[in-house]
Design a protein around this ligand. Structure first.
Ligand code: NDP
Length: 246
């Protein structure tokens, strides 16, 4: 069912984006990887190709709307279409609001919210023309619950869910069969904690992830199943948590 499909994945240089790119490619989907670290993108793309998959990358900073447009354009130029967009780029520099780490707040808003919006904006014209497509936005359990130290991160992930739900209603009224899925992970072992700048919170989160974190392929597997669902049906949101996460 997914044969000949084309997927663009942001945040594909590590974690959920990387695992998703590899798994979708292993299922015959052509993948276009976007992120900022070129060495990582190159390495992952080569690995996919040497396993028989089709993959391309483009260095992309999702805070730059033009770079996101160029990433989508690459998919259309080389593979003729874009069936799936996975907006996975994100950071989580938790800190108490009283610390006023304004640069971290701005970065989270720019990457987690605006980056997702730029992806949606870039891909919608093509999906509308194709009358089909699947937009998968990575939110979080933190998009459902807010805890001390995670105010801005939670706000951005709540925003991702709000944007996704609004988009779902918008496209449901069109002639197209565009689908929208929110993936809300709990503690998944990736590089995400490297973006936590507050030393105390970082230590607490590291302990929490050491105790509870689950492998990233759990999320990739869910995304791979989501894209296999017949076009008249959508899994709108999946929460994936370690069984023991409170
Ligand atoms: P990683 O840190 O492993 O991956 C984050 C990815 O985002 C990297 O590929 C990074 O690439 C990319 N990225 C960061 N900033 C930018 C930018 N400005 N432009 C383009 N790409 C960027 O973490 P995860 O894989 O865990 O995170 C993926 C998503 O999952 C995020 O949205 C995160 O919030 C969400 N999530 C993760 C959870 C977890 O426990 N791991 C739980 C809930 C949600 P590069 O630095 O090369 O640009």
């Amino acid at each position: 069912m997914t044969e000949n499909k084309v997927a663009v994945i942001t945040g594909a240089s590590s974690g959920i984006g990387e695992a998703t790119a590899k798994l979708l490619a292993a299922h015959g989907i052509k993948v276009i990887l976007g992120a900022r670290r070129e060495e990582k993108l190159k390495e992952i793309t080569e690995e996919i190709k040497s396993s028989g998959g089709e993959a391309l990358y483009r260095v992309t900073d999702v805070t730059n709307g033009q770079e996101v447009e160029d990433l989508i354009q690459l998919a259309v130029d080389i593979f003729g279409k874009v069936d799936i967009l996975v907006n996975s780029a994100g950071i989580m520099p938790h800190s108490p609001l009283k610390d006023k780490r304004i640069q971290d707040w701005d970065n989270m808003i720019d990457i987690n919210i605006k980056g997702t919006l730029y992806g949606i904006g870039a891909v919608l014209p093509y999906m509308n023309e194709q009358k089909s497509g699947h937009i998968i936005n990575i939110s979080s359990v933190a998009g459902h619950y807010a805890h001390a130290g995670g105010a801005v991160y939670s706000a951005t992930k709540w925003a991702v869910r709000a944007i996704s739900e609004s988009l779902r209603e918008e496209v449901a009224q069109d002639e197209s069969n565009i689908r929208v899925t929110i993936i809300s992970p709990g503690a998944i072992n990736t590089e995400l904690l490297s973006s936590v700048t507050d030393p105390v919170l970082k230590k607490n989160y590291e302990q929490f992830y050491d105790n509870f974190g689950i492998p990233v392929n759990r999320v990739a597997a869910a995304i791979q199943q989501v894209v296999e669902v017949p076009e008249d049906t959508t899994w709108n949101e999946i929460i994936i948590r370690p069984t023991k996460q409170i």
